[in-house]
Design a protein around this ligand. Structure first.
Ligand code: EPZ
Length: 433
């Protein structure tokens, strides 16, 4: 049985949408509970596949994980006795790499299958291993298994050669119970780094400076239980901001932290959308054809790479020639081929995409495939502006990180359905509707 999204475009989105908890915070905070000697209750958990998967991995390792309600998860990781995570699920997501830091921090050893994750080219973990080694661990990678051991963990200075979200998270997890003080220099500053640090501090850790490029961690002996609410998802919010702009809509995006959206807001205003900022919401309106712009993605607080595909869709129907330079990943333009099938005019040279906007002329619905999570979101955004029907394949990629996306877009007036197609691809989708 194949699942597809079928989208019929040209509806202007109108109304209100609630943003869920941040995927990239949740998939770090859930493994971080391994460090706790108590029970952790985590609120505002997004109901998405990546969260279900990382929680399942913890369960398979012996943790007691249960949902108190749709968005509240209770975790008691004290049932985990062996610092080994080599089940198949580990390979499916990048966040599995956080098991290394959490298990090392708790047990002084860890054995984890090499993590998976979206394919943007090589996804090294040299900076993760550098952080562990700085704390006194011995690391080896053999036939796809990362094996780390430490007699004891001693706080030290960790200089990140490249700004890395994952390596900063792993350095935090490995150092919170180390002896002495650790300083992470050239640290990543994303909102989910701050959220993880706040979560760890709520368990009794002593972390200062998260959100800056220098984070100081004073090792503590014990971390207790906690109740903690995850921040709203910056990228989900940005995706709905673009959904309003690309359909010349008028949408109130609720349950957000506007400060996390500043670079997205600035870009939307630069191309002519109207953004009104409230304390916990933003309203995005667009009426005329939007203008061109140039974007260079970079680490926070720069323009987020995870919003790059969504803006490529938006700029494809704007007026003029836009340039997007991908400053974080070596190959994050694979989705362009799919957008061009819908009539976009994007050419890619290395890390630079040149987009000839259609100046408001709509794209054409076509059968396309979600290469990864944000690329899939970009296809939905483009399909919302298309004449005719677009079918999107491989939608589990999208459902990894967007809670209830069909319900949320439909409630804004978007014409999007999830259809189940028997294995035979030739079957006319109409029959399945
Ligand atoms: C996290 O990936 C996110 N994933 C990604 O979001 C996001 O694109 C990325 O951060 C950048 O913001 C999760 O949080 C689960 P990095 P991560 O380590 O941690 C290089 C999404 O759509 N690098 O910050 O893997 C690396 O090659 C996903 O939600 C090293 O060289 O990203 C890249 O060029 C997609 N050595 C750059 O750093 C290392 O040891 C940034 O990578 C680690 C990274």
């Amino acid at each position: 049985m194949l699942e597809k999204f079928v989208v019929r475009g040209r509806n202007r989105l109108r109304g209100e949408v609630n943003i869920s908890g941040a995927k990239n915070a949740a998939v770090a905070i859930i493994p971080a509970t391994i460090l706790s000697d108590g029970v952790c209750t985590i609120e505002n958990i997004p109901n998405i596949n990546d969260v279900t998967l990382i929680a399942r991995i913890l369960k398979e390792m012996g943790a007691d994980v249960s949902m108190v309600d749709k968005t509240t998860m209770k975790i008691d990781s004290n049932g985990i006795s062996s610092p080994v995570a080599t089940c198949e699920s580990v390979k499916r997501i990048r966040a599995s790499s956080y098991l290394l830091g959490a298990l090392l921090g708790k047990f002084h050893k860890a054995k984890v299958l090499s993590p998976g994750g979206c394919n943007f080219g090589v996804r090294p973990i040299d900076q993760h291993l550098k952080a562990f080694s700085s704390l006194g661990a011995k690391c080896k990678v053999e036939s796809g298994v990362i094996d780390i051991k430490a007699e004891k963990l001693i706080g030290s200075s960790v200089y990140m050669d490249t700004v890395s979200v994952g390596a900063t998270i792993n350095a935090l997890l490995a150092s919170v119970k180390a002896e002495g003080t650790t300083v992470i220099e050239n640290a990543a500053k994303e909102p989910h780094i701050v959220d993880l640090a706040n979560f760890l501090n709520s368990m009794g850790a002593d972390i200062m400076g998260a959100g800056t490029d220098s984070i100081k961690i004073k090792g503590v002996k014990k971390l207790g239980g906690t109740t903690y609410s995850i921040i709203p998802d910056q990228i989900e919010a940005g995706t709905y901001m673009v959904a309003s702009a690309i359909t010349s809509g008028d949408v109130l995006i609720k349950n957000v932290i506007p400060k996390h959206l500043e670079s997205i807001t600035a870009k939307l205003e630069e191309i002519g959308a109207e953004v009104t900022v409230f304390s916990e919401a933003v309203r995005v309106k667009a009426s005329n054809v939007l203008k061109k712009c140039t974007i260079k993605t970079m680490a926070h607080p720069g323009f987020p790479t995870d919003m790059q595909p969504q803006f490529a869709s938006l700029l494809s129907v704007s007026d003029g020639t836009s340039i997007i330079t991908e400053g974080v990943w070596e190959n994050r333009f694979k989705y362009v081929e799919e957008l061009n099938k819908m009539g976009a005019n994007i050419s890619v040279e290395g890390k630079v995409a040149v987009i000839e906007g259609t100046a408001g002329k709509s794209l054409i619905g076509a059968p396309v495939k979600a290469i990864d999570l944000r690329a899939g979101a970009a296809l939905i955004l483009a399909a919302l502006t298309c004449e005719g029907k677009t079918t999107i394949d491989n939608i589990e990629q999208i459902e990894r990180g967007y809670e209830d996306i069909v319900f949320k877009l439909s409630s804004l007036g978007g014409d999007i359905k999830k259809v189940f197609v028997p294995g035979d691809e030739s079957l006319d989708l109409e029959l399945a509707l």
